[in-house]
Design a protein. Structure first.
Length: 348
């Protein structure tokens, strides 16, 4: 037991130090100069200096310094430092007495990722200030908080959803987020039992997001609901196989439009664009799905063969005799041209 205790004290882990009397930066810089990882979360504050308000970067949590070292190394540092009287281990009470607080590497990594963004409006709390309900962990999938893990909570006296990252017993930090950036961790979505219906719904939602609900503050709530449904359907369709060419094209087009609606990069769309380019031309020339897929191949991928097919097909259509389905495709084509051709316009 004594050997295990001695080994634990020699292990490098994240400890929490108190640096009193505004010594946080001094202590951090001393530790860094000695070769240790040391971190103090910072934030901008408006401070009056000689009668004028200035924007200064200040420690976000008073007196706290996080450092990765062994307990023995920190004790040696404390005794040799000229700031010794101001440095203390943050401790927690255990059955056998008091023990220094140790932060797990994964918790510290998330905390640093979030709090290192000093330009972002973060809100800091003491653990006892928030009675956080146990929530499912989530991972942020996009934006400036990408890959940070935490929980999404409604905070007292705050509007909107906040990503909450906690270091147990030390600090809680919250940042307002867009809920559509969140993916639940370990959440199981049942595989689709009606692929045709889910593919149709996925395509409908993608078109709503692309054409009916621009990404603006006014549409944020409606978009968040649709994006949540879209992501769930995509997960449900993951691994589902289609066999007929027309089903393969329909599924690939729905996924392609969903990726466009979420603003995913071109590389992530390669599996869908490859299917569309190889299988769409095999569909019958009278297939409206072939026409619809060809419109997007022409607009988004500059596929010349698809563009010729679209022009040749539409040259035989008369607005007066078009069916409702044909009119719907013409409307979608105009909206797609407005959306995707505008995206290609060079900036002045």
């Amino acid at each position: 037991m004594e050997q295990l205790l001695r080994k634990t004290k020699r292990d490098k882990r994240w400890y929490v130090l108190s640096a009193n009397y505004k010594k946080e930066i001094t202590v951090r810089d001393e530790l860094v100069a000695l070769g240790y990882q040391a971190y103090v979360p910072m934030k901008y504050e408006l401070i009056k200096v000689k009668g004028q308000r200035q924007r200064l970067l200040r420690p976000a949590i008073h007196e706290l310094v996080f450092v990765r070292a062994s307990q023995e190394e920190l004790l040696e540092y404390k005794h040799s430092s000229r700031n010794n009287p101001y440095i203390f281990f943050r401790s927690t009470r255990l059955d056998h007495g008091w023990s220094p607080i140790v932060v797990r590497d994964v918790d510290m990594e998330n905390f640093i990722k979030l709090t290192a963004m000093s330009e972002i409006g973060l809100t800091y709390f003491k653990p006892e200030e928030l009675r956080l309900a146990k929530g499912q962990q989530v991972r942020i999938m996009d934006g400036i908080f990408k890959d940070i893990v935490g929980t999404v909570q409604k905070l007292p006296h705050k509007q909107g959803d906040y990503l909450v990252v906690e270091i147990p017993g030390v600090s809680v930090v919250a940042a307002r987020i867009k809920p559509d950036f969140v993916q639940p961790i370990d959440r199981q979505v049942a595989r689709s039992t009606n692929v045709d219906a889910d593919v149709k719904r996925l395509s409908e939602i993608a078109c709503q997001l692309l054409y009916d609900l621009p990404d603006t503050t006014a549409n944020e709530s409606a978009r968040c609901v649709l994006i949540g449904e879209l992501q769930t359907i995509r997960q449900a369709l993951d691994g589902c196989k289609t066999f007929m060419p027309i089903d393969k094209v329909g599924c690939a087009l729905a996924h392609f439009l969903a990726a466009k609606a979420l603003g995913e990069d071109e590389e992530s769309m390669v599996p869908y664009t490859h299917l569309l380019q190889t299988i769409t031309p095999k569909l019958r020339s009278v297939s409206l799905l072939r026409l619809r897929a060809s419109i997007y191949l022409a607009l988004c991928l500059h596929d010349e063969e698809a563009a010729r097919f679209v022009d040749a097909t539409l040259s035989h259509w008369s607005v007066d005799t078009c069916s409702d389905r044909q009119k719907h495709i013409l409307t979608e084509k105009r909206l797609a041209e407005k959306r995707f051709l505008a995206d290609k316009q060079p900036e002045n």
